[in-house]
Design a protein around this ligand. Structure first.
Ligand code: SF4
Length: 413
C-alpha cells in the first residue's frame, strides 16, 4: 500500500512540474513511513535524522513525513525531528498542494486518483483502504481508519489506461482486499470485471483475509484462468485459542479448509503466509499447533516474526511470559521448519511447463532473465535463443532445477 501511495504521490508531483532528483539536489523530500512494527518506525526515524544534513546544504529544501507513522506519532515527531517541515497522515494527502505552496511549482489542483505504474508491465491498483478488523496486535486500523472502497468504474478506468501503456499484470491492493464491496458489487464481481477487461493477462490481489473467502470468491478463483494461482493469506497462528485472543475471526479448521480447496484444484497453487511466534500467553502446546499447521498447509513461503508489542494496541497491555530469547527460539524453530517446506515445494516444480512473466535481466549473467511463474515463484531463465527480451514479455519455459529457493528454467522447445 505504501509503495502504491508513494507512486501515486510521485505521479501527482510529476504531473505538476516536479521531477525526480537525486537526494542531494532535491527541493522536496517526502518520507513515506510504515508503522506496522515498532522496528519500522525506529528505522524510519533513523533514516529521517540522516536527512538533516541536506537541509543545511539547501535552504529551500522541504522535508515531509507521510504515512502511518505520521498518523501514529502526529505532532510529537516535531519534537524528535525539529528540522522537518510538515507531517501528513494517509488521509491528509489532499493537503499536499496547499502545504508545498508557495514553492515555485504550485498551485496544484486537487489531489486525484492517479496511479503511477510501478514498472512497464505490472501495476498495483488500490481498491480498498483502511481495515474494519481489530486484530489485537495490529496498529493498522488506528492509523488507516475504517474500510473505504474505491468506485469500480475508477478501478477499471485505471486498468484500461495502464493496458494502453502495455501493462498486462495487475495486483489489486487493500488491507483486507477481499472484503471489497461497492454498490452491490462484491470482490468476486470486481475480479470478474477485471478479468473481462481486454489486455489483462494476469491478476493478483493482496492481502486477503480468511474470513472473506466466500463461495462466490472460491468459484471465480478456481475457474478464471487469468487469476494467478497464488495467494498471500496471513494465518498468524495455528492454535484456535491464540487466534481467538488475536481476534482473527477464523479458526484453524476454517483456514485449512481454504488451503485444501485451493490445493485440491491445483496441487501447485502457491500459498504464502505471515506467522507471529510467541504471542502473549502462547503456551508450548499452542506453539506446537502452529508448527503442525505449517506441516499441514505446506506453505510455499512465509514471513515469520517474533511477537513485539505495538503500543496503542490491546495486545500491548497483555502480560508476556516469554522473554526475547524464548520468543526468538520459537521463531528460529518456525523458520527452520518453513525453510525445509519451502525447498520441498520448490522441488515439486521441477519438470513443470510454466508461463513466465519476465521482469529484468539477471544481475550476475546478462544472458539470463528473472521472471515469475503464475504461482509467484522466482525463476532464472537462460534466454539465449531470444534476440530481444523486455520486461513484460511472457515466455514458456520448463523448470529444470532449484538453486537456493530460486527456480532455474529453460525455454520450452
Ligand atoms: S486484518 Fe487484522 S492484521 Fe490485517 S490490517 Fe486489519 S487489523 Fe491489521
Amino acid at each position: 500500500m505504501n509503495e502504491y501511495d508513494s507512486a501515486r504521490l510521485a505521479a501527482v508531483l510529476e504531473l505538476h512540474g516536479l521531477i525526480p532528483a537525486i537526494i542531494e539536489k532535491a527541493d522536496v523530500i517526502l518520507v513515506n513511513t510504515c508503522s506496522v512494527r515498532a522496528k519500522a518506525e525506529e528505522n524510519a526515524i533513523a533514516r529521517i535524522k540522516g536527512l538533516k544534513r541536506f537541509k543545511i546544504e539547501n535552504e529551500k529544501l522541504k522535508i515531509g513525513i507521510l504515512g502511518c507513522m505520521a498518523k501514529n506519532r502526529g505532532e510529537s515527531l516535531f519534537k524528535d525531528l525539529p528540522f522537518i517541515d510538515f507531517i501528513l497522515a494517509p488521509d491528509e494527502y489532499q493537503k499536499l498542494p496547499e502545504i508545498l505552496h508557495p514553492t515555485p511549482y504550485f498551485p496544484l489542483p486537487a489531489f486525484q486518483e492517479f496511479a503511477k505504474l510501478t514498472n512497464n508491465h505490472s501495476a498495483f491498483i488500490a481498491i480498498q483502504s483502511g481495515c474494519n478488523m481489530r486484530c489485537s496486535y495490529c496498529i493498522v486500523p488506528y492509523v488507516r481508519g475504517r474500510e473505504q472502497y474505491r468506485e469500480s468504474g475508477s478501478v477499471l478506468q485505471e486498468i484500461e489506461e495502464a493496458v494502453a501503456k502495455g501493462v498486462s499484470e495487475f495486483t489489486l491492493l487493500g488491507q483486507t482486499v477481499n472484503g471489497y464491496r461497492f454498490k452491490g458489487l462484491s470482490f468476486a464481481g470486481l475480479l470478474r470485471q477485471v478479468a473481462d477487461t481486454k489486455g489483462v493477462e494476469r491478476i493478483r490481489f493482496m492481502s486477503p483475509h480468511p474470513k472473506h473467502y466466500t463461495g462466490e470468491l472460491m468459484e471465480i478463483l478456481l475457474s478464471e484462468p487469468k487469476i494467478a494461482p497464488h495467494v498471500h493469506l496471513p494465518v498468524q497462528s495455528g492454535s484456535n485459542s491464540v487466534l481467538k485472543k488475536m481476534r482473527r475471526q477464523y479458526t484453524r479448521e476454517n483456514y485449512l479448509s481454504i488451503v485444501e480447496a485451493l490445493r485440491f484444484s491445483n496441487p501447485l497453487y502457491g500459498i504464502t503466509t505471515d506467522i507471529i511466534c510467541g504471542y502473549p500467553g502462547e503456551t508450548e502446546e499452542e506453539f506446537e499447533e502452529t508448527l503442525s499447521l505449517l506441516q499441514e498447509a505446506q506453505f510455499d513461503s512465509a514471513f515469520m516474526f517474533a511477537y513485539s508489542p505495538r503500543e496503542g494496541t490491546p495486545a500491548a497491555s497483555e502480560k508476556e511470559f516469554l522473554n526475547e530469547e524464548q520468543k526468538k527460539a520459537r521463531l528460529q524453530k518456525t523458520i527452520d521448519l518453513q525453510n525445509s517446506i519451502t525447498l520441498k515445494r520448490a522441488k515439486l516444480m521441477i519438470g513443470q511447463s510454466e508461463k513466465i512473466l519476465l521482469e529484468k535481466p539477471s544481475r550476475k549473467n546478462p544472458s539470463e532473465w528473472v521472471g515469475k511463474t503464475g504461482n509467484f515463484k522466482k525463476v532464472v531463465i537462460d534466454i539465449g535463443a531470444i534476440p530481444h527480451c523486455s520486461p513484460g514479455m511472457y515466455i514458456d519455459c520448463v523448470i529444470e532445477g532449484v538453486k537456493g529457493h530460486t527456480l532455474r528454467g529453460k525455454l520450452s522447445a
